[in-house]
Design a protein around this ligand. Structure first.
Ligand SMILES: [Zn+2]
Length: 113
């Protein structure tokens, strides 16, 4: 239950922000999820509803913003978009890719009162 642990971390991060920024209710959460983060968005929403029960984010809407992965091809020096692991470079066909971005899971924005 990878998503369960992620949601627990998410709620913890929200509670920390609530303490430092002084809000008490969260109505919506925009979560940026990289295409290569191996997160099931449906499972994420399901677990979010369970884990936020009784917290300041109870009944908050979870909006997942999927972000393409970015990689850099070592042989030809092209920067490319990566939807999943195992895809070759579209320009030279190499698999020697260096991941730049796309594994992140982070809060982009919160709607709070
Ligand atoms: Zn290449």
């Amino acid at each position: 239950m990878h998503e369960m642990a992620l949601c627990e971390g998410l709620v913890q991060a929200i509670e920390e922000q609530a303490t430092s920024q002084g809000f008490s209710r969260v109505h919506a959460v925009w979560l940026e999820v990289g295409a290569l983060a191996a997160v099931e968005c449906e499972a994420m929403r399901f677990n979010f509803d369970i884990i936020t029960k009784g917290t300041l984010a109870e009944d908050a809407r979870l909006d997942i913003v999927e972000v393409d992965g970015t990689a850099w091809c070592m042989p030809c020096g092209t920067s490319l978009k990566l939807r999943r692991f195992g895809e070759p470079c579209p320009r030279c066909g190499s698999h020697q890719l260096q991941l730049v971005d796309g594994k992140q899971i982070k809060i982009r924005q919160l709607e709070v009162t």
